[in-house]
Design a protein around this ligand. Structure first.
Ligand code: GLU
Length: 558
């Protein structure tokens, strides 16, 4: 009877799961190699959580000699958006997370790679039906023709009786329908869904060890959940089990919102007579919102969307490095011990991943990013900064490009010593951090904000300080420059240094720092900058003198 039902539903299918197991044989990989995958739905939005799990999944695969796959789970056609597969692929590539197998490139010619193809679920319908037929033939799945209205009525009855909602046990109208009844519906042109036949009632428990959450004990699935929709497209639950099996995935790393479905997935593995893969359920990335912790929200948090990191110009290494910090607390110690190793050399550990949500903190990301940019050469800052600016800030790109040698000198300010300056947070921050070196940007900042001169210093001193700097020969050393400035400070009634000032504040107008602040503001329009002597050297005598004169003129006329 069940074979007859299987033939009735799937007359066109003459393959069995065995055929597919042969078609997609076990991989020959070293012992202990993990085959992992990222399996997003193409909904037009790449969540930073997807990059987080991909990073972990890819690194685990690579450090064990395994394979990292990108599979597209497009079984929900309603939620699908055009161009989103390309968006996913581009983002993985941008973050250095190019998959080894699956959909690997945007270019249609080189799009798909691997022996376990196709890697897009909508192209695997025949495979799913073959597995579906197997279940029906064994009485483990059955067609159901309930209309939306009937299901709604069922839900109301269960609600009124305070019973568990769902399609199960005696509520499962089509569970034991006669072959003729099914035939009659099909003849009418109705299209059934396919449901799993779950045990009901059952007290059984599912026990398994999750790679992250540890030993779990969950109720066995007792719901006759839909496996294949009436349009022949499988649900996620069915497709994921078939695909992970046939692609020989042995470690499923996925969001913990799927943990409640794990019993259904285990049931399917059991019905097919298969050993389930290892599972690792990752808690979603959260953030602090006031005093409370909440999941990063697609709607409220721009940083939930990976495009944010490109738009802001975070180097991909910075994001990866920060995400590894979130993934493994052990990463921090490793980084301290291996300050110059690439992050890909770190051995990710599932058992070091938190059971609860890691907290995403932009301030910490910025610190990591500053450190990384500080470790780059001026040339690299130029290349990556330009690549970003060409797309996101063409005006800045034009300015940086105008005199490359000068721009490189700018990026080299306080970069080469033992403790390089950590002032650039990301590429969009170049304008804030270094803009003053470029005349147009400098002029704009002065036009907008004026010169924020220290209030302690009277106007006539400003003129004298700036004159002295104009007169200073930049061929002389930094020591000479500092000594000259200290002498000048003293001659104008300022303390040579802060210590002297603090001992006797009432006998001075201010101290050396105030005098230098005047120079800083005149040269840069800012109160916080890199070393002044380096700035003077970088600007060059001519440009520096021009700025100093302009500022002096401003205060002379005031
Ligand atoms: N398509 C599912 C999602 O986007 C994949 C979950 C999984 O990794 O199994 O959430």
């Amino acid at each position: 009877m069940t074979q007859a039902l299987a033939d009735l539903l799937y007359p066109h299918i003459d393959t069995t799961p065995e055929d597919w197991y042969r078609r997609y044989p076990p991989r020959s990989l070293p012992e202990g190699a993990w085959v992992t995958r990222f399996a997003p739905s193409p909904t037009g939005f790449v969540h930073i959580g997807g990059i987080f799990t991909s990073l972990v999944a890819r690194q685990l695969a690579h450090q064990t000699g395994g394979v990292f796959i990108l599979r597209i789970e497009d079984t929900d056609k309603k939620r699908e958006k055009d161009g989103s597969v390309e968006e996913i692929v581009r983002n993985l590539n941008n973050f250095g997370l190019t998959p080894d197998e699956g959909i690997v490139q945007v270019d249609p010619e080189e799009r798909e790679v691997g022996d376990y193809a196709p890697y897009t679920q909508s192209e695997r319908i025949e495979i799913y039906e073959s597995f579906a037929k197997f279940l029906v033939a064994r009485g483990l799945a059955y067609p159901a023709f309930d209309t939306e209205e009937e299901l709604e009525r069922l839900r109301k009855i269960q609600e009124a009786q305070r019973l568990k909602p769902g399609y199960y046990g005696s509520f499962a109208k089509w569970r034991d329908a006669a072959l003729d009844a099914v035939k009659a519906e099909l003849d009418k042109g109705s299209r059934p869904v396919l449901r799993i036949r779950a045990p009901f009632p059952t007290e059984e428990r599912l026990r398994f060890t999750d790679g992250i959450k540890g030993d779990l004990d969950l109720p066995v699935n007792d719901q006759d959940t839909v496996l294949i929709k009436s349009n022949r497209i499988p649900t996620y639950h069915f497709a994921v089990v078939v695909d992970d099996t046939l692609m020989r995935v042995n470690l499923v790393i996925r969001g913990d919102e799927w943990l409640p479905s794990a019993p259904l997935h285990f049931q399917l593995y059991q019905y097919f007579g298969l050993t389930p893969p290892r599972f690792a359920h990752v808690a979603p990335i959260a953030k602090m919102d006031g005093d409370s912790k909440r999941k990063l929200s697609k709607r409220k948090d721009p940083e939930a969307n990976v495009t944010y990191f490109h738009e802001q110009g975070y180097p991909k290494e910075a994001v990866a490095e920060y995400l590894l910090n979130l993934a493994n607390s052990a990463f921090y110690e490793w980084r301290k011990a291996n300050p110059t190793a690439p992050h890909t050399a770190y051995q990710v550990r599932l058992d070091n991943m938190g059971v609860s949500s890691p907290l995403f903190d932009l301030v910490k990301l910025n610190d990591v990013s500053k450190d990384i940019i500080a470790s780059y050469s001026a040339e690299r800052v130029y290349e990556e900064g330009m690549a970003w600016a060409r797309v996101h800030n063409p005006r800045l790109a034009a300015i940086l490009e105008r005199d490359k040698a000068y721009t490189l000198r700018v990026f080299n300010v306080e970069r080469t010593g033992d403790a390089p300056r950590k002032d650039i947070v990301n590429w969009s921050d170049i304008e804030r951090a270094c803009g003053f070196f470029f005349d147009d940007l400098f002029a704009e900042s002065i036009a907008a904000n004026g010169y924020p001169m220290p209030e302690k210093v009277p106007t006539e001193d400003i003129g004298r300080i700036l004159e002295a700097v104009i007169a200073f020969d930049l061929a002389r050393s930094k020591e000479d420059w500092l000594a000259t400035m200290r002498d000048l400070a003293e001659s104008l009634g300022y303390a040579r240094d802060v210590k002297t000032y603090k001992k006797n504040p009432e006998s001075f107008k201010g101290h050396f720092g105030d005098v230098m602040m005047v120079v800083r503001v005149a040269l840069t329009g800012k109160t916080n900058t890199p070393d002044l002597y380096e700035i003077l050297q970088t600007l060059g005598a001519e440009r520096a003198a021009e700025r100093l004169r302009a500022a002096a003129a401003q205060f002379a006329s005031a």
